[in-house]
Ligand binder design. Structure first.
Ligand code: ADP
Ligand code: MG
Length: 933
């Protein structure tokens, strides 16, 4: 822990001399060693010493100091009234915060006010709406390891009470599950502790915890507050300990009596119940995060047309865990279809859903006793929408949404209770009255009418006394200090009656009271004060009563959430021209998409070219084509189409028949994963190994330029061996985009492996990508033209051209390697780049690449004329060495690939040589050289 938390050293040195307040601060700091203590002093939360510096810097507030006889201490404070924005900054900066509130009325305290830590705010246990993003989940997650090495994982969203437990067999599985949960804060059990640093998990905020938190005994006793027989209900010891840890930590941070009653259900699931998307897939498919530069849209952005936070959170959960149960998928599809067909009803439903508040978080606040009067009104407003939602749903023919309608319980008993008690537009403050309708309670009604009568009497007093005394300027007023008074200006003082008693003398007037006025005043304030505190009590007991209904409200929240998510999917389907996919029996797995589009890229592209995909179980499609021609986009769109279908969504295509996939793997080659930064060749290989172990014939595997992180020969060897293994052993459906042209020969050797390519046309120096998939292997990469398009200086481009022209490097990157068939290492017929292409040399290779196996012909149904114009006619065939760069001396080196050349050229161009030290220059030079190795 940093010196920012725990007792400040400068204070510790003077421990025994400190003022009582600072000793109290010091003590609270030592009780909460790992948290930054914010110490209430009047209207501010103050921090001292190093913590003050952090608060000042992070919250951009002034650093002041506190001086007393023992010394001078840095101090920084944030206003309590307005604390949430500042707290958010501190939490975002990864500080745990202990709020030390005054728990005693300052007026009542003799000497030092009592203070105690009422809550600890950590990234994973935030509950305040102001500190949380709307419609998101915020999981505190814990991991415990069993003796056999498996892991138990438990997660809780403290703001909503959602809690679940699962198990995974190994570290890879753990890493995958954590990526799916995306924890805001992680607690590792004793033997798991070294995990974070080792496995690239540092992205999560990991909290050091006391190993005792993971004690089995403690876990059982904590859990028995939530589950009948915890030890029986949870699968393993590790699950039990993880669940115990996560709940007791959550309790500890919420202060008070701790128990989180709104955690009404601890769900246990098995990861086989969902389509498994590992971390790499979630990232490279850009489901939730766009990894490109200047981050753009994600799949979630595209499908999120939800109207309320509940729906948004639900859709997010659906996308993190697509279904594998065909029935369940069909049910959602059926509902989406019904909502797509009923556009008017859908629009009205969505309009109504906008009035639904975030009941999941609201229930949390009610149950924690932190809900305000306005929260209860929000609950009421949401309940008020339910009957209308039901009516609208009844307008839809068929049974698709019947279940949803039934689950929308209006909870009229709760709604009526709230409405009869809480005024329509209650104030923020709970303690100052005006919250409860006087009609709600007889005593309250009496008190309020006494108060009212008194005020009325005072209001009439002025006229009455003017008449009685004949003083025209006499007035009746009220102030905080002196209460009610009768004011008479100096010239009229002679006319003041005997019964007036002087209360206050001002410059031009005197203020008086009378015994009657005094009595009335006491009556008014007595009644008001009692009424205010009675209201407070009434509100609290109402809140408790509503809290008892937590489970019913939670069930309703789920129903609203799902309806909203379905409406969102239907809206996207209708607006985006998606179609309903046919879900195949999983046994007859195989993907068949006609006119498929990439759901995200199509929204950012002025015109998107649809493509077909036809991939049966056990088949491997090897996709070649120049850079930027659309390979990655194509592969991802196939995967995204499957993901969408399995969350029950329509898909962007003209027609689609899809299997129920069990897993989607994506592997993006190291050199293609520049944004990821951490992807090394080693990592790439270890991830590959994982596929090789875990894939099944129901898995979809996307390999994007895998094997690029090493030399060409090794890379091709690995790529080829991988393909063979996946094909021969796993039988997974596989799309493999590669620049290893040598790989395309596999199509001739193995049934079920076939080639696809993306073509480009070229006019003069311009390259145009058609973004259209076609059968067969590509024959040219246009690498140098792409380099020119990327802005590489003309001289470099020319030089590259001439190097290529004079190069004698064997083609296909097979130099010095024994992989690849013998034909592949022979240069094809050699048309000069700018000559009219000869259809019978490179062209033939493209059009009929797999005559022997017949694997290609009907693979992609492709209108003939389009194929002709787009592909054959304009096709320029290049010697294959260009595809691989083909630069360098084959006797000394591996051939260079064109992308490295481009990268080095671009890097060189952007160097600011003048500002570099010689050492920096040397280092840079060395780095660039490594890039070219
Ligand atoms: P590759 O992987 O072959 O290098 P990408 O798939 O990354 O190519 O595509 C490069 C760019 O081409 C994409 O960013 C997109 O803008 C565009 N693109 C890809 N596929 C299509 C398509 N089918 N229709 C229109 N534009 C596309
Ligand atoms: Mg690519």
């Amino acid at each position: 822990m940093t010196s920012v938390t725990g007792p400040p050293e400068t204070m510790m040195e003077k421990q025994h001399e400190l003022t009582p307040m600072l000793s109290q601060y010091l003590e609270l700091c030592s009780q909460h060693e790992d948290a930054l203590v914010l110490f209430q002093v009047g209207d501010f939360y103050e921090a001292f010493c190093e913590a003050a510096e952090v608060v000042a810097r992070t919250c951009e507030v002034t650093l002041t100091q506190r001086e007393d006889s023992t010394g001078t201490y840095p101090m920084a404070g944030i206003p309590i009234d307005n604390a949430s924005g500042y707290l958010k900054r501190l939490v975002d900066a990864d500080y745990r915060i202990a709020l030390a509130d005054q728990i005693q009325d300052a007026a009542e305290a003799s000497g030092l006010v009592d203070r105690a830590v009422t809550r600890v705010i950590t990234p994973g246990t935030v509950v305040d709406d102001e500190l949380l993003e709307a419609g998101t989940t915020n999981y505190l997650t814990s991991v415990a390891q069993s003796e056999s090495g498996t892991f138990g994982i438990a997660a809780i969203d403290v703001s909503t009470g959602e809690c679940f437990v699962t198990s995974v067999g190994d570290r890879a599985g753990l890493s995958e599950e954590l990526d799916r949960i995306a924890p805001a804060e992680l607690l590792f059990g004793p033997s798991v502790a070294d995990f974070s640093s080792a496995d690239g998990l540092t992205a999560w905020s990991v909290t050091d915890t006391d190993p005792a938190l993971f004690d089995r005994g403690a876990a059982v006793s904590c859990l028995s507050g939530y589950l009948a027989d915890p030890a029986d209900r949870l699968e393993t010891d590790a699950e039990l300990r993880a669940a115990g840890a996560v709940l007791s930590y959550a309790e500890y941070t919420q202060g008070d009596d701790g128990s989180l009653e709104y955690v009404s259900r601890i769900r246990r699931y098995d990861h086989r119940e969902h389509l498994r998307l590992d971390a790499a897939a979630i990232q490279s498919l850009e489901l939730f995060e766009n990894r490109g530069l200047g981050a753009g849209e994600t799949l979630f952005d595209v499908i999120d047309e939800t109207s309320c936070a509940l729906g948004r959170r639900c859709l997010n959960r659906w996308l993190r865990r697509p279904l594998v149960d065909r029935e369940a998928i069909e049910q959602r599809l059926e509902a989406v279809a019904a909502l797509t067909d009923n556009a008017v009803v859908r629009t009205e439903l969505r309009e109504l859903l906008k009035d639904a508040y975030d009941l999941e978080r609201l229930v949390g606040r009610i149950s924690r006793g932190r809900a305000t009067p306005r929260d209860l009104r929000s609950l009421h407003a949401t309940l008020a929408v339910i009957p209308e939602l039901r009516e609208k749903l009844a307008e839809i023919d068929g049974t698709a949404l019947e279940g949803h309608r039934e689950r929308l319980e209006p909870l009229t008993d709760i709604a009526d209770q709230i409405d009869s008690a809480v005024v329509d537009d209650p104030p923020m403050e709970l303690t100052e009255g005006g919250v409860i309708r006087p009609t709600y309670d007889d005593t309250l009604a009496d008190l309020r009418s006494t108060e009212q009568a008194g005020r009325q009497w005072v209001a009439e007093l002025e006229a009455h006394e003017r008449e009685r005394t004949g003083i025209e300027s006499l007035s009746v007023g009220h102030n905080q200090v002196h209460g009610y008074y009768i004011e008479v200006t100096n010239p009229n003082l002679d006319s003041v009656p005997e019964a007036y008693t002087r209360r206050q003398t001002l410059k031009n007037s005197e203020r008086f009271y009378t015994p009657e006025l005094k009595a009335r005043e006491d009556e008014i304030f007595g009644a008001a004060e009692r009424a205010d505190s009675l209201e407070y009590e009434l509100f609290c007991s109402l809140r408790e009563k509503v809290g008892v209904e937590t489970e019913r409200i939670q069930r309703l929240a789920t129903a609203i959430a799902e309806l909203d998510a379905l409406c969102s999917l239907a809206t996207v389907a209708a607006d985006g021209e998606y179609i309903r996919p046919t879900i195949r029996d999983s046994t007859a797995a195989g993907i068949d998409i006609e006119g498929g589009r990439h759901p995200v890229v199509e929204t950012t592209q002025p015109s998107f070219v649809p493509n077909d995909a036809d991939l049966s179980a056990g088949e491997v499609a090897i996709i070649t084509g120049p850079n930027m021609s659309g390979k990655s986009t194509y592969m991802r769109q196939v995967a995204l189409t499957c993901v969408l279908a399995q969350i029950g969504s329509f898909v962007p295509a003209e027609a689609a028949e899809l299997p129920v996939l069990d897993r989607i793997f994506t592997r993006v080659g190291a050199s293609d994963d520049i944004a990821g930064g951490h992807s090394t060749f080693m990592r790439e290989m270890s991830e590959l190994t994982e596929i090789l172990h875990d894939g099944t014939e129901n898995s979809l595997v996307l390999l994007d330029e895998v094997g690029r992180g090493t030399s060409t020969a090794d890379g091709l060897a690995i790529a080829q061996a991988t393909t063979e293994f996946i094909h021969d052993e796993l039988g997974a459906m596989t799309l493999f985009a590669t620049h290893y042209h040598g790989l395309t020969n596999l199509a001739d050797e193995r049934e079920g492996i076939f080639n696809l390519h993306f073509a480009a046309t070229r006019e003069g120096d311009e390259v145009t990508f058609l973004h259209r998939i076609a059968p067969g292997a590509s024959s040219a990469s246009y690498g140098i033209e792409v380099a020119r398009m990327a802005g590489v200086p003309e001289t470099v481009v020319e030089r590259a051209n001439s190097v290529v022209a004079s190069s004698e490097v064997p083609v296909d990157g097979t130099a010095g390697s024994s992989v690849g068939s013998s034909e592949s290492s022979q240069p094809p017929a050699d048309p000069a780049p700018n000559e009219e292409p000869d259809r019978n040399s490179g062209g033939t290779d493209t059009e009929r690449p797999n005559e022997q196996t017949g694997a290609v012909d009907d693979r992609v149904s492709y209108p003939d004329e389009e194929f002709e114009t787009a592909d054959s006619d304009d096709r320029v065939s290049y010697p294959a060495e260009e595809f691989f760069g083909g630069v360098g001396d084959p006797a000394v080196d591996e051939p260079l690939d064109e992308e490295s050349i481009v990268r080095v050229a671009v890097a060189l161009r952007s160097l600011d040589v003048a500002s570099m030290t010689p050492l920096e220059a040397l280092n840079t030079l060395d780095e660039l050289r490594t890039t070219l190795k």
